[in-house]
Every structure is written in C-alpha cells, then in structure tokens.
Design a protein around this ligand. Sequence first.
Ligand SMILES: C[S@@+](CC[C@H](N)C(=O)[O-])C[C@H]1O[C@@H](n2cnc3c(N)ncnc32)[C@H](O)[C@@H]1O
Length: 393
Amino acid sequence: MNISLKILDNLRESYGIFISDKLKISDGDCGRGVFSSAVIEQSELLISVPIDALLTTRKAQHVVESHKSARQVLQNFSTCLNGTDLLVCALFLELENEENSKWSAFLSSIPNQLWNPFMLDEKELNLLTAKCRLPSKCFKQKIKISTEFLKALGFEINEEILNWCFSVVLSRSFGGSSERCETRNHFKIEIDNSANFCLCPAIDLINHEKEYNCEYRWNEDKTAFQVFSRKKILQGQELFVNYGTTKSEYEIYNFYGFVLPSDDFQVEFELQRIRKSIYDDKKIDFLTSQLDMVFAMEKLDSSDYFITSLKVSADLRRLANRVGQILEKEGYKIIYQILFERFIKNKSQNNNLASAENRVIEVFLDCKTSEKNNSEAIKTKSLISFSDLTRNS
Ligand SMILES: C[S@@+](CC[C@H](N)C(=O)[O-])C[C@H]1O[C@@H](n2cnc3c(N)ncnc32)[C@H](O)[C@@H]1O
C-alpha cells in the first residue's frame, strides 16, 4: 500500500480518528501536506480526533511516571519540568518502546527529519539579530532540562533524537494557556481540567497559510478536536490552517522553522548571517558552472532571468528549490550566494535594492525549508525538469 495512505489508515485504526476519504498526503510547495482527492464543500468535517488520541501533558506525565524510578527523580525536577519538557520526555521514552508504544502510529506519521533554528550552532545563532536569536537560544537551554531529567532516569542521550522530540513539540503542539490559544488557534481545549496543551495526530499533518481554507474546532459534545473546511476546496488543492493569526514571522520561524514568502517580511537577520558565512570559492565556481549548464539547457540567460525573476518570485523560488534539492545540503546557501552576486552585478538595472534583496532571501529561506522538509523525497528525485516552471512562467 502507498506509504501516505498507510499513514492515514494507521491513524484511523490505532486511535479511532475520523479522516475523510477525500484527504490524502502528498508533497507540495510547502513540503509534505494534506491535499483533497475530491471536491470538498464548505463546512465539511474533515478530521475528528477523539480526546483519547490526544497526547496531552497529563498523559505525557503518566508515560514519564510509569518509568521505573521516575517518581523519585521527578521530585527533584518538580520545579523545573513544565508541559513542554513532559511532552519531550514522553516522546523520547515512547520512541524507546518502539512498536510496543501506544503512540507508534503517531510517531511514524511524523517526518524523520525536522528542522528548527534552535538546531543552528552557537556561532550561527550569534549571527542572527537578537529578535530572532533569543527564542532559539532559550530553546537550546530548555532542552538541557529534559536531557538532565532523562539522564537521571538512566538513559544515554542521543542529541539528534532529543532535538527531534523537541522539534515535534515546538512545531506540532496545540493549545497553550487558555487565554492565548483562543486567539492563536481559534479554539480552546479544556482537557484534564487544565492540561490544554497537547500533540494531536492527523491534524498536525496540515500546513500553515495566511489564506487558510480549513479551521480547527474543539467539539465539546463529542470531546473531539476537529478540522472543518472554511470554503469549497477543489480536487487536488492543499488544505491549510492558520497556526496563529497573531503570530509574528519571528515566532513562525522559531517554532516552525519556515518563513512565508511575503513582501514586507523583515529578513535582515538572515542576510546578516549569510553575509558573514564563509564560502569555499572552488565549490561555488563548480556549482555556478552547473547552474549555468542548467540555464543553457533551458536556453535561459541566468542573469537576465534572475533580474526578471525578481518580479516573479514564485517562479524563481520554484527554480531555486529544485536546484537546491539537486545540490542537496549546501545547495540553498550556494544558490543564495550565486543569485545574490548576480544581483549585485546587475543592480544598476534595478532601482529597488531592498525589495530585490528580500526576494533573494525569500528564495534562500524557501530552499532551506524545502530542503529540510523534503529530505526523504529528494533522495528519490531525478534531475531537474523545468517543464512546469516554464509552463507557469
Ligand atoms: C504541523 S507540521 C505540518 C505538517 C508537516 N509538513 C509534515 O510533513 O508533517 C508543521 C511543519 O510543517 C512545515 N510547514 C507548515 N506550513 C508551512 C509553510 N507554509 N511553508 C513551509 N513549511 C511549512 C514546517 O516544517 C512546520 O514546522
């Protein structure tokens, strides 16, 4: 069976989650997401997750407490472990349980590779401006609490796995303080009296957009967390929710590790970081020649195309994403560098330096997010085909 269908079926079977037959998981412009496989009418119920299927902080605490010697260790940590730490530790412990975990279907529905800025090293973080750097620095400190707690329980800590658990909680949890969650997520969950902070299988597969076509609702009668369509959704369209209409782009970046392409986005912090990065000249020369070859194949002049593309950033983003994917890990940095240098060379032709610069950074950030999200998909992708790019331009 197709792996995406299997993910949805496992979630249905393991937790009694209702997931409309009109939904499927696919890769799109924002990485993996949920798409419609048939027309969806306005106000259709698309996903309904019963309360038992929510991994709340209270349940996370039970997971942690059920570990031998945990109670005593918990006493020593009682003043510093909060809901986030409990969820992080519970995920870590459930991963150790593998197939025996109640949450194995949920865990295997989450991508193996996640990325958040807190994973940047100290040197890189210090290159960001304070507004962007501080939350990630705090998250770096916060992980230390879970690390110490799990060590006290006798576990050897694999940093990569713990980072993954932390990233899951940052980018896939719902709720928060009841006052904030009403405005952020358009719902208010009162579970276990106070523990309105949880992970939610299935619903966490939906990506974020400012113009969203779906919304969350907490159904008090059914005690279920649900997703409804806000408008008609055509076959093949992606479902989007809004992770928080009052969230700043900095919050989105720090919690979810991506940035929405938008004209007014202040990305100077990334620019600062990249300008100070050190590049290997030979590598850039080699990759530049590869990029030129690609342009030549498509009979495009790269610098002209680049200047034009600044005005049609969606196309440029798509192009850079593809090239970034082919060049894998370092791809996005190199593309950024190449594009930026070409832009500087040609800047006399363009009188709006700041907005063009921002567009280039958008491209860079998109490549980065896409590279991280699609790392599995990338492996199977063959060489660049520009057919859809040219079709759309
Ligand atoms: C709640 S998950 C959404 C589902 C996720 N894409 C998946 O494959 O499981 C949140 C993560 O999805 C990605 N994401 C969501 N909305 C996005 C967007 N508009 N652009 C880029 N990435 C997005 C980010 O990696 C974010 O941390």
